[in-house]
Design a protein around this ligand. Sequence first.
Ligand code: SF4
Length: 291
Amino acid sequence: MPDLTQSILELVRLTSTDLPPDVEKVLHQAVEREQPGSAARGALETVIKNVELSRKNSTPICQDTGTPIFYVHHPAGCSTQELRSQIEAAVVEATRKTYLRPNSVDSLTGKNSGNNLGGSHFPSIHFFEEEGDTLTIDLMLKGGGCENVGIQYSLPNSQLGAGRDLAGVRKVVLDAVFKAQGKGCAPGVLGVAIGGDRGTSYLASKEVLFQKLNESNPDPELAALEIRLTEEANQLGIGPMGFGGETTVLDTKITALNRLPACYFVTISYMCWAYRRRKMTVLTDGSVKYE
Ligand code: SF4
């Protein structure tokens, strides 16, 4: 297997300093919805200017470069140990080059490792063996502010009148947006997982955020709920950064997992406007493509 450290370093640089085109496009659409001269429009204009400057100067889009979360889909015979070492080497170099802020802190001592490594879960790396010869690495940089407003509900929830059905899901998702009140740097995208156990539900609510914003959910019922939730969240009037306005949420992505008959979890992960996710694909001729 070739050494991919430099290619992964470029993946980290690109993810930290340049938003994906689908995200930038919805931010531009959001600006047009806000009243000229409003605080909401001003906030979004500043966000867009910041995104353009970061791309031009190759500097991080936000000072919090978040938790690096890697999803590696590899062919049979690939050494995951080697891949892990190359990802870690790339993360250390990206931190040295200031594409990443040193963000890995020992939970007991508070000591920052200084290089974004630490324990067995920082950075967070998930491996999946796939059919075929292609290797892909998806990276998300998930900021702390938006991570803090993630939440999990166990249905039924009598306080919210939310039962174990999609009507109940709708109620708790809107409750989560209302509770956040723009914290976690709105506008962002909701990743919603229905079902699973508590752990798999949280994981799936982040995995669904790797989907592109212009891709529709293949399940027509979930696709309709995604559109409805985005529209209704935007009627709450919370707006960019909580300044009020038309855009609290840019999009909603929902996935459903099997669950125990006794459990019905709904987990919401929120991704701020600094929606940093990128993919690299290593083609069979060894060349690398970035999306
Ligand atoms: S929530 Fe997002 S935009 Fe806000 S500070 Fe964190 S990374 Fe930056």
